[in-house]
Design a protein around this ligand. Structure first.
Ligand SMILES: [Zn+2]
Length: 353
């Protein structure tokens, strides 16, 4: 890799990452924060807490004990397997198709549910509406992922609500997947400020807004990687043995078909790419080596528009002219929900038994 950038000596974050600083050994702030957060977790205690939470919800739903959002990737597949086979819950698997799932993942979804004996519920919103939302987000903010950041949790909540399910168990790993807070932010006030003018509130209500705080507070959501050690070699081994998963550590990747395009747009605005922070996360968590991450980033990080970029834009009903002035656009230009209200809402949901 002809890589001129100064990077963290442990992960691969570049010096142009926001608010990054390096210590005397060249280790970045994010790595140091990671060690504080994940260094001394008592996993046995966490697992006991998980057991207590699941006990509380087992046998309580109309039919299902909980719902597992299920994309067919390794994390959600392992979550579904664990909940069903290790903890004896009766989960509903929920597959949400935002139009960016690859067909491989969809076949894993069907096959795994069949093998596990789990009911599958799929929701595919009208792609015409979604494409208008993605286009509007791209035009206003220079990116489109924020639309899914709002859409996904809403769809997940709606699916649970419809089925009388009070517990959602997701496989989202904060350690591996969370975008840097310095570069992305989203809440529903901010989202509406981006969308208004292009949509009526009613058009977006079902798919992008929660019904009411009261109903929201009746559904608890947990992420399994917060409670059990997310040991990827063990996860792949289990899935291949139990569910004929057919993938290995070598194929570890991010599943959304939009990622190459969003990474390119991201680097146009910030100077560094999404793969740089995504694979930094993996290095930090010990999933892949630093050398391998650098190789993957060099291979995948698009400096030019990625293959299929024009078709991707055409799918949203637009073309490259939408990128005019993208360097100045950002979600941070739109008013957000006051931090205090947001924090109180998050606290209340976390306090659910
Ligand atoms: Zn680092």
């Amino acid at each position: 890799m002809s890589d001129e950038k100064t990077r963290c000596t442990r992960c691969i974050l570049p010096a142009d990452y926001p608010n990054v600083s390096f210590d005397a050994d060249g280790v970045c702030r994010v790595c140091r924060e990671h060690d504080v957060r994940y260094g001394s977790i008592d996993w046995e205690a966490r697992e006991r807490t998980l057991g207590r939470i699941l006990d509380r919800y087992r046998g309580r739903g109309l039919k299902y004990d909980c719902m597992v959002p299920f994309s067919g990737g390794k994390d959600s597949t392992f979550t579904l397997w664990t909940i069903k086979n290790r903890y004896g819950m009766n989960p509903l698997a929920f597959n949400f198709d935002n139009g960016f799932l690859d067909s491989d993942a969809l076949s894993v979804v069907k096959k795994s549910c069949r093998k596990l004996g789990v009911d599958l519920y799929t929701y595919t919103p009208d792609t015409g509406l979604l494409n208008r939302v993605y286009r509007r987000a791209l035009e206003q903010t220079g990116e489109f992922c924020s639309a899914c950041v709002v859409l996904m949790p809403t769809a997940i909540f709606r699916a649970a609500d419809i089925h009388g399910i009070r517990l959602i168990v997701a496989g989202f790993s904060d350690e591996l997947e969370a975008p840097p807070r310095e570069t992305s932010y989203m809440d529903r006030t901010c989202f509406w400020n981006i969308m208004k003018g292009g949509f009526s509130r009613k058009e977006l209500k079902w798919d992008f807004f929660f019904p009411s705080w009261k109903r929201m507070f009746g559904v608890k959501q947990i992420n399994l990687p917060d409670y059990i050690r997310w040991d990827l070699p063990m996860i792949y081994e289990t899935l291949n043995r139990e569910l004929d998963f057919g993938r290995s550590m070598a194929s570890v990747r991010y599943d959304c078909l939009g990622t190459p395009h969003s990474s390119y747009l991201f680097s146009r605005r910030t100077g560094f790419g999404k793969y740089e922070y995504l694979y930094s996360n993996m290095v930090r968590a010990g999933v892949i080596s630093r050398e391998e991450a650098l190789r993957i980033v060099a291979e995948r990080e698009p400096k030019e528009p990625p293959e299929g970029f024009d078709d991707f834009l055409a799918g949203m009903g637009t073309d490259r002219s939408i990128l005019d002035g993208i360097e100045k656009k950002s979600v941070f230009n739109f008013r957000t929900r006051p931090g205090l209200i947001r924090n109180i809402a998050i606290r209340i949901r976390e306090m659910l038994p």
